[in-house]
Ligand binder design. Structure first.
Ligand SMILES: [Zn+2]
Length: 297
């Protein structure tokens, strides 16, 4: 049995208790299956977030929660983006609307609270404005819990970026491809990047051809160092005297009803990315959920 195991789902109870006693921090990886070019596995975003958090836990302590491979897509600005960058092909997406995703995240936070973690980092490898919503969401939920929360897209921790050139984020371009190449080399077939690509190409980024595994390894190390500092800040800010109001399922639903549901229509992921966005044409598969007019939940 590997005593350095940090994946919650693969740990035995005595391993979890030992890891918790050493460092009461939990890390939640988020992403989805989404087109990332012909050369990268669909799950890039969550594979990336999970891989970075595993390294963080192994080197600096903490426990990595089971990755969540279902995330926001197909509506509003994401529909426009997909129409332009994916096109009308079978997309192999594992998409959820924002109200479903964030309800799930709220239950994840409730779990961290019930287990008495002091710090929780919620890391999304999937971009678009969902990361801004995540940060807003965490601010809204923090008053309900003792566990200190921080939500971010992995690129926030990616400095100084690809070979130090300041490139910290892209979609299946040199940054993301290099990160996955470093973390999960079995999930990349670099030779599938065409010499003269024609776009759109299953949402491949235009810089994918510049990808570099060693640059990916450096970016992983940089992100891990950044996240380790953030984890220490959160642990130091923990206050055991704060009242916990997110323990029962009823309290989760109450928090949702009073703190999240009223502001959900204002979340960025419910809107077009730009005010002058044209809707996908009616014959496009991306037209179906382009306009979301009903926020029942
Ligand atoms: Zn991605």
């Amino acid at each position: 049995m590997d005593s350095s195991e940090v994946r919650w789902e693969r740990m035995l109870p005595h391993q979890l208790e030992t890891a918790f006693a050493a460092c009461p921090a939990v890390y939640f990886p988020y992403g989805l299956c989404e087109p990332h070019g012909p050369h990268a596995a669909l799950g890039l975003d969550a594979l990336k977030a999970h891989g970075i958090l595993l390294r963080l836990a192994r080197e600096h302590g903490g426990i990595v929660a089971p990755p969540d491979y279902w995330h926001i897509h197909e509506l509003a600005g994401y529909a426009v983006w997909a129409h332009e960058n994916v096109g009308d092909v079978r997309p192999w997406l594992s998409a959820l609307p924002p109200w479903q995703h964030f309800k799930n995240v709220l239950y994840h936070i409730r779990t961290a609270e019930m287990l008495e973690f002091h710090a929780a980092i919620l890391l999304t490898g999937h971009y678009g404005p969902n990361w801004e919503d995540l940060q807003h969401f965490v601010e809204l939920v923090q008053p309900y819990v003792r566990v200190r929360l921080y939500g971010l897209p992995d690129f926030e921790a990616n400095h100084p970026g690809f070979k130090g050139d300041g490139s910290t984020a892209d979609h299946a371009g040199k940054v993301e491809t290099s990160l996955l190449w470093a973390l999960e080399p079995d999930c990349i077939e670099i030779e599938r990047i065409p010499a003269n690509p024609e776009f759109p190409l299953f949402a491949m980024g235009r810089s994918a051809g510049e990808s570099d595994q060693a640059a990916g390894e450096q970016m992983v190390a940089d992100e891990v160092a950044w996240l380790a500092r953030k984890k220490d800040e959160l642990l130091a800010a923990f206050d055991p005297d704060v009242t916990s109001r997110l323990r029962s399922f009823d309290e989760v639903e109450q928090c949702w009803a009073e703190a999240i549901k009223p502001v959900l229509p204002e979340f960025q992921s419910m809107r077009p990315f730009s005010p002058d966005s044209e809707p996908p044409p009616p014959e496009s598969r991306w037209h179906l959920n382009w306009q979301v007019g009903d926020w029942r939940n």
